[in-house]
Design a protein around this ligand. Sequence first.
Ligand code: NAP
Ligand code: MG
Length: 519
Amino acid sequence: MFEPFRNEPFTNFADPGNRKAMEEALREVRGRFPLEIPVVINGERIHTGKTFTSINPSRKDEVVAQVHAADAELVDRALDAAWKAFETWGRLPALERASLLIRAAHILRRRKAEVTALMVYEVGKNWAEADADVAETIDYLEFYAREAVRYAEPQPLTPFPGEINEYFYIPLGAGAVIPPWNFPLAILTGMSVGAIAAGNTVVLKPASDSAAIGFVLVEILEEAGLPPGVLNYLPGSGSVVGEALVKHPRTRFVAFTGSRDVGIRIYEEAAKVQPGQIWLKRVIAEMGGKDAIIVDDRLNDRLFEEAVKAVAASAYGYQGQKCSAASRLILLDSIHDRFLEALVEEVKKISIGPADENHFMGPVINASAEAKILSYIDIGRQEGTLVHGGARVEDLPGFYIQPTIFKDVAPDARIAQEEIFGPVLAVIRAKDFDEALKIANGTQYGLTGSVYTLDREHIAHARREFHVGNLYFNRKCTGALVDVHPFGGFNMSGTDSKAGGRDYLLLFLQGKSVSEKVR
Ligand code: NAP
Ligand code: MG
């Protein structure tokens, strides 16, 4: 049937041909700005006339798109369309749905350079980060297509004399998908296509900062032949369109990825049964992190060097704007000073500038993120000792913040507890490995974590006790791959789901047990 799933390879931009193709794509895409992004309901493009702008955070005067905003009335219409489409989409053989998604993956491969370029502009990812996001998007399409077929197979049961028994999965219905801007195509696609592959229909409210790149999913699924109404696209503010979707009595499920506070609010609001509502909404919420890397003193020189590079990559890749980013570095006392010195040398090499110029670091997403991160840097000055960075980069045309390191941070300090979502690293000293683990576990989150050590007992101990959804040894704590590292966290990091894993589609399915007495 389908070839076995394999992860989409990353583009090697050291190759002059690939570099040239990317430069051309960047030129071509910029030539089309500003894009105009509509609302889409039942395949119909709606220009509401109430528009907001999506800007390039690298060059904040550049408008990437004018986006038409939906409202509560359009949420109602979109749910009508989604339920109507569900009548046929939900009954289609899984293989047909899967084939469509695999066609969409091919279309995206064809458009890869152009879509990567648009992402570079709209959210300030450098080339490799944007390319990885598009590769992950392709992976979700390919992997969830195969998973839909697997879940459609008859499920095993214990035989019972005199009865023919069956157990199979059916979709839930029409639901809401509410993604963040930081993996603007991958996460948006993962959640939408997870639901759609399983036979559901979707009203997708993209993050406002990335509504142009989110529209790419609408285009590629349409081109692949997705029937109208299966995916409806409703840009607009979270507090208007998002809230209306979450509270609507005909919303069957909510798939959300974003911050802790919004996740909590959605969980609460979705739990309230509205007049006319005949189910309890299912909520899948993937939330924030306060991820730690522990560096043990049981290292050789080579692993020490690797750890230094991995900490810099995990903390400052995409400006620290990943739920998986390292925001705490826990150093064993005996190597603390030497490691920190090496880290500062490494961080000094980081280049910062517009994402289209492909620096290691670009801008943070918008003015309010910049203000929030700078306010945490002020808090850090009270709570710790500034070792590196600590300010805006003034002579650049967007929202740029220096890679920042604080040392002497107490485990319970605010900068060691609260998600900053920017390039700020809190360094915490631990007297031994047990204390390091205790510090690592001492937040309300539990998303990713990483340990650098050669000590097998420490590895075994952390494997059991480090309470995170994604634990890594001797590698960075970012960069999870679909079906290689199923991704998602514990505690306030969400509802314990695993994106890109074999349990994920179950979140959008319900089991039906059928028994017939033989006569
Ligand atoms: P966010 O502010 O929570 O927004 C996420 C989405 O929710 C956006 O589409 C937003 O719309 C919408 N929204 C806002 N308020 C809402 C409301 N009251 N009701 C319904 N929807 C609402 O998060 P973000 O800044 O986009 O993303 C960063 C956060 O996501 C970080 O905390 C990060 O750790 C987390 N994250 C987690 C994972 C994971 O897998 N666990 C992955 C990636 C990111 P607007 O854009 O219009 O405000
Ligand atoms: Mg933008």
